[in-house]
Design a protein around this ligand. Structure first.
Ligand SMILES: *Cc1c(COP(=O)(O)O)cnc(C)c1O
Length: 435
């Protein structure tokens, strides 16, 4: 498989190069040149396979030129050793729990897979690489955790000061070793812009090896498509096509789902559910895309005003919005609705939703207009990560998994920085002298 840039001005590259580069030199995002379609027999056999076997089979056509089978298998079994259960909630509604990884968020899937691919590729080259990542909350911890202690890799995390929860912050600022956290005086969009500037900076790129672990890196998107297959397999009925609701911020998760559908996965449709940062639902409705500054909400990992993966989605659909609307409906929810959903789902079923997953649930309710479809919404974070909001609405504190409780007692270590790219550049050039 070769990978091309959404801006179409970069020659095609291998999986290895696409992962190492992060973003294409023409500032576009890498997408597979063609999406393989799996035959019917593949889907018939799917329910008999384990999670790792499904992941391996889906990944193989995308990586076969760069990763021998045994390397791919050990990357998958090491990175994705936690389960992703599909749980029946009520009526036709199912929840796919993506939060059983080490940092309790779905980003563990992408970050851990990508980290291991990158480690494999850099170890072979004997090179050093700096991973630059902007986070609105969960990416930072998933990436930091995925790369912690990985030889030859330095991780630099940019996050907006005061705009991530204390718990999230603790998860990526207390690790030390090869992980550095930069506390930026600005918004998540500032952080994202600074990272993008670094990738577009030829002077810098000629001096240090940088790559991205944001969902602009195809190495994060690919593994996220695996669990759509696994979810379908767990439905246990080959005749049905589910509606799948995806709580979205940068739209990487939805892009992976759309890729799965193009690979032949039987899906009736997707719901792109957001908080009031609704630029994509608006685009789906009007056909006009108007990026703007993000607004802070209780579902902060989805506070994105200019989602990077929309470029990939538009590319996949040849920028034909009518085609896109056939597969995706958009909707968005305000804080009151999110809180009400957390409360009512808990009252009615005893199930605790974090604010992001609650948006997924609400999106599914909106999208499930007909009874004949089963519905799946993605639960992207464990309720304990957002325990205050969850406790306010349910009257009960969620159980705190031990791995989360532990990092609360560690000391935060960060470097403060303004929201100016020049400062970041200087820091990277300085730091690189010593690594
Ligand atoms: C990152 C994140 C999202 C949004 O995912 P995208 O792929 O960026 O759309 C949703 N929920 C949680 C908990 C997240 O961490």
């Amino acid at each position: 498989m070769k990978y091309i840039s959404t801006n179409r001005s970069t020659p095609s590259v291998s999986f290895r190069e696409a992962i190492l580069l992060g973003q294409a030199p023409d500032k576009g995002l890498f997408v597979p040149e063609g999406i393989p379609v799996f035959p019917d027999v593949f889907f018939r056999e799917l329910p008999d396979l384990s999670w790792a076997e499904i992941a391996f089979k889906v990944a193989r056509p995308y990586t076969e030129n760069d990763l021998p089978d045994d390397a791919l298998w050990s990357i998958i079994t090491d990175a994705l050793h936690f389960n992703i259960p599909l749980i029946h909630l009520h009526d036709q509604i199912h929840v796919l729990e993506l939060f059983h990884g080490p940092t309790l968020a779905f980003k563990d899937v992408g970050a851990r897979f990508m980290a291991r691919c990158l480690a494999y590729f850099t170890a072979k080259k004997g090179a050093k690489i700096t991973i630059l990542v902007a986070t609105s909350g969960d990416t930072g911890s998933a990436v930091a955790n995925g790369f912690l202690g990985v030889e030859g890799v330095e991780v630099v995390i940019l996050y907006p000061k005061g705009k991530v929860s204390e718990l999230q912050e603790k998860q990526f600022t207390t690790l030390g070793e090869n992980i550095t956290a930069l506390e930026i005086d600005g918004t998540f969009d500032d952080c994202q812009r600074m990272v993008k500037s670094a990738f577009g900076d030829e002077y810098l790129r000629n001096r240090i090896n940088i790559s991205s672990a944001n969902s602009i890196n195809i190495g994060r998107l690919l593994p996220q498509s695996f669990y759509y297959f696994y979810a379908w397999a767990q439905l246990g009925n080959q005749e049905v096509k589910p509606i799948i609701s995806v709580p979205s911020g940068n739209f990487g998760n939805l892009t992976s789902g759309l890729m799965a559908k193009k690979m032949g996965l039987p899906v009736a449709g997707f719901v792109a559910a957001t908080n009031i940062n609704k630029v994509v639902p608006e685009y789906l409705e009007t056909g006009i895309y108007t990026p703007r500054s993000s607004i802070q909400t209780i579902a902060n990992a989805m506070d994105v005003g200019d989602p990077s993966n929309l470029a990939r989605i538009r590319h996949m659909y040849d920028d034909n919005i009518r085609e896109l609307r056939r597969d995706v409906t958009g909707c968005f929810f305000e804080e009151k609705e999110i809180r009400n959903a957390i409360r009512s789902v808990y009252l009615n079923t005893g199930y605790m939703l974090d604010p992001h997953s609650a948006i997924g649930y609400l999106g599914l309710k909106t999208g499930l207009k007909e009874d004949r479809f089963p519905g799946i919404f993605l639960a992207t974070a464990h309720p304990a990560k957002f325990k205050d909001v969850v406790a306010e609405e349910t009257g009960k504190l969620p159980d705190i998994p031990e791995r989360l409780a532990k990092c609360m007692n560690r000391k935060k270590q960060t470097l403060r920085m303004g929201n100016d790219y020049g400062e970041l550049k200087e820091f990277l050039l300085q730091t690189n002298k010593y690594i």
